[in-house]
Design a protein around this ligand. Structure first.
Ligand SMILES: C[S@@+](CC[C@H](N)C(=O)[O-])C[C@H]1O[C@@H](n2cnc3c(N)ncnc32)[C@H](O)[C@@H]1O
Length: 352
């Protein structure tokens, strides 16, 4: 058995595969982990990552070409406690009409095996969308990891809202470890925490009109067309939807189709959690992404706060690129919460 943290005071070490803009790394650091290395192929997300986490060895490369020896060198003989694997979820997402088998990104999750083989992490943590369970690849993953002594836990479906994230976001999480105790106890001690609301997350930010900017460059409202502003005036504050639009303001594609995409043009509700933020989270035609009171779509800062990024997180890129990084992120608070759970599990089952 790999000896994880040899003393309780030791720094917990992690490697973040598919690190994106660094949400998981932020959660791990908040929980006291030292993230020694991270890998992602997206140059823009990597720029964001390095602006916020300059101390981490970041490899901006296609993971299929990565050499685990590069990460091994950074570890410099230290035991790796946690290998994080947040492979792209688009191939398994219910919104993706493309069949999973025809999307080459399906295979990316298996890239973790070469890292597990060389780095021997105590726990491997996977996060993805629930659709991954039906994609028929978890058995294959289990088979590949088993060759190196790892057991895969049962997948656990979890809503980020139950872990203190002000957002409904159903995810599938699972772990692999060489310790039976760790694998069998995974998730058992996770208890829902008091829900956080949209008001808790963004209620303190200054109100904005369409097109208005604030001192924070990310808290800036999109400029809407006059017809869009006219529509927004008719959407009731605090949770209203496009079903309140008078006939002359309804979009022709929505006429007589109240049940098709009912969230489009919908407002968030102050006292509720937000809906799942996607890469279109600042576009009111892509979901319930209208501010609860202001007549405008969410700002990028509001979207990042609903994903529980720190208030001062720096994002690199144009507004579309930043929205993509935010929508693709694992909520920071979810990552932090799960990191704490994994620390408890390994302390109980590996250290003792
Ligand atoms: C679900 S996102 C990861 C989110 C990230 N863990 C976070 O905390 O915000 C998936 C990531 O996989 C990256 N990716 C996709 N294909 C890749 C590849 N071939 N090699 C490395 N990274 C890749 C994407 O750039 C994206 O950032």
């Amino acid at each position: 058995m790999a000896t994880i943290a040899n003393t309780v005071n030791k720094k917990w070490l992690a490697v973040d595969l598919f690190s994106g803009s660094g949400a998981v790394t932020t959660g791990l650091k908040q929980e006291g982990f030292e993230v020694v290395a991270a890998i992602d192929s997206d140059q823009v997300a990597c720029k964001t990552y390095s602006l916020n986490h300059p101390e981490v060895k970041l490899l901006t490369e296609d993971i299929t070409k990565s050499n685990p020896m590069d990460v091994h060198a950074v570890l410099d003989g230290r035991v790796l406690d946690l290998l994080v694997v947040c492979a792209p979820c688009q191939p398994f997402s219910s919104q993706n009409r493309k069949r999973a088998e025809s999307d080459p990104r399906v295979e990316l999750i298996f890239e973790c095996v070469k890292f597990a083989k060389l780095l021997n992490p105590t726990v491997i943590f996977f996060e993805n969308v629930p659709g991954i369970v039906n994609a028929g690849l978890l058995d294959l993953l289990e088979g590949q990891l088993k060759k190196f002594g790892y057991k895969l836990s049962a997948p656990l479906k979890i809503d980020a809202a139950t872990l203190g994230v002000p957002q409904r976001r159903e995810r599938c999480i699972l772990i692999a470890s060489k310790s039976n105790g760790v694998v069998e106890s995974f998730g058992l001690a996770l208890r829902p925490v008091k829900p956080k609301t949209v008001r808790d997350a963004i209620g303190f930010l200054p109100s904005l009109c369409s097109g208005e900017e604030s001192l924070d460059p990310l808290h800036k409202a999109r400029k809407h067309h006059s017809i869009t502003l006219e529509r927004l005036k008719h959407i009731p504050k605090d949770g209203g939807s496009r079903s309140s639009l008078p006939t002359h303001l309804q979009l022709s594609c929505h006429k007589n189709k109240k049940n098709d995409f009912p969230d489009v043009y919908g407002r968030m509700r102050w006292s509720d959690v937000a809906p799942t933020l996607t890469t279109g989270c600042t576009d009111l035609t892509r979901g319930r992404f209208v501010h609860p009171e202001d007549d405008r779509a969410l700002s990028l800062r509001e979207a990042s706060l609903l994903q529980t990024f720190p208030r001062d997180y720096i994002f690199y890129g144009n507004s579309g690129q930043v929205a993509r990084q935010i929508g693709n992120a694992v909520p920071v608070e979810m990552a932090r919460h799960l990191a704490a759970h994994l620390k408890d599990l390994t302390t109980t089952h590996v250290l003792n």
